[in-house]
Design a protein around this ligand. Structure first.
Ligand SMILES: NC(=O)c1ccc[n+]([C@@H]2O[C@H](COP(=O)([O-])OP(=O)(O)OC[C@H]3O[C@@H](n4cnc5c(N)ncnc54)[C@H](OP(=O)(O)O)[C@@H]3O)[C@@H](O)[C@H]2O)c1
Length: 327
């Protein structure tokens, strides 16, 4: 089978599509025929800093030959003790970082992890949207948004930001999204009550009105945050930012227990429940995939180059089976 293979870690140029042996599922695993996967910021991080990323994610020190978290595809075979899925089932989810990843024609994963029946209203290439949502969901849950609250999402146009807007939309809070001018219509369509271009004076004029601020891209910075957050407001971030600028504040918040600077993460083992719940929300029309562009597997190194720019909108898809497949 073909797989995006990494023989030495580093820049996107090290990702090569090669012929490798097709994996065989262990007893509690399933073998997935991948139709689509993605390249996201975690993949780029693991490509550049594999040891650091794998330690932080709890995946151990052994490096993987193939990356890729999000997948959508079809169950090919199941292990002798696996019972949740059968060959032919259309599935989607997050393959985790313990095994080789989904940037390949086939991969194996334990059936009890973050894999679920695929949303019936999506094509494979629209369904590789779990990872950003998986990071956004615990943040919005942590905020406990209620009517009357004011939330600001900075950098709301990425995978995490677009998911955060959609999770926050139905909670009655007033949402302000701060993005580049080219994304204003998008973020309004995803639930922002107010959309502001970060390059305009309208952003500079915002005052300390916000109960919650989410920096979804790690670029807001502490001085601007102080200008926006109410005195007892709560700040969450998805990235430590340039020069790890948020680190001392997160550390102090942790030491004092003041809860002001937080990085809420999903509970370990919550992946399967999450992808099932997300599927229900997608089928109910409450969560819409935001797809930037698609590359064939053969051009995956270009996808890494693009994602590394930090300029993608939502998700970048890798089409493993080309030509799509209507739901
Ligand atoms: N997705 C993941 O797997 C993951 C996991 C863990 C942590 N993270 C971290 O979380 C952050 C967001 O990840 P993501 O995947 O959601 O991001 P992303 O998809 O790479 O998108 C970032 C978005 O931010 C916008 N942006 C760039 N510069 C900006 C600025 N100065 N102010 C406001 N917006 C700006 C970009 O659009 P414009 O250039 O048009 O403004 C882009 O749409 C990253 O720092 C990443 O390292 C991501």
């Amino acid at each position: 089978m073909k797989a995006a293979t990494i023989l030495r870690y580093g820049s996107p140029g090290v990702v090569e599509v090669r012929d490798v042996p097709k994996p065989v599922p262990a007893s509690h695993e399933v073998l997935v025929r991948v139709h689509a996967t993605s390249v996201n910021r975690s993949d780029c991080g693991e490509l550049l800093h594999p040891t650091l990323i794998r330690l932080v994610s709890g995946a151990g020190l052994s490096k993987r030959r193939t990356l890729g978290m999000d997948f959508a595809g079809v169950i090919e075979t199941v292990g002798s003790a696996a019972s949740l899925f059968k060959p032919g089932d259309r599935v989607y989810g997050l393959c985790g970082s313990g095994n080789d990843g989904a940037q390949a024609e086939y991969f194996c994963m334990p059936e009890a992890r973050a894999i679920a029946r695929m949303p019936s209203n999506l094509r494979f290439d629209q369904a590789v949207i779990c990872e950003g949502a998986f990071y956004a969901h615990p943040i919005i849950e942590h905020f406990g948004l209620k009517p009357g609250h004011r939330l600001l999402v900075y950098g709301a146009s990425g995978a995490i930001g677009t998911a955060a807007l959609q999770f926050a939309r139905d909670r009655g809070a007033t949402i302000t999204a701060v993005v580049a001018g080219r994304h204003l219509e998008l973020v309004r369509s995803l639930g922002a009550d107010i959309a502001i271009d970060y390059a305009t004076s309208a952003f500079d004029q915002l005052g300390p009105d916000f109960d919650f601020v989410l920096d979804a891209v790690g670029k807001l910075g502490v001085p601007r945050l102080r200008r926006l957050l109410k005195p007892r407001g709560v700040f969450a971030t998805t990235d430590l930012g340039p020069h790890a600028q948020y680190w001392p504040h997160l550390l102090w918040s942790g030491i004092t227990g003041n809860g002001r600077f937080v990085v809420p993460l999903a509970k370990r083992g919550s992946g399967q429940a999450f992808v099932n719940t997300l599927r229900d929300q997608i089928e109910a029309g409450k969560f819409i995939p935001v797809i930037d562009r698609s590359y064939p597997l053969a051009e995956i190194a270009d996808a890494y180059r693009y994602v590394q720019t930090g300029e993608k909108t939502g998700v970048v898809v890798i089409a493993v089976v080309t030509g799509g497949s209507p739901a």
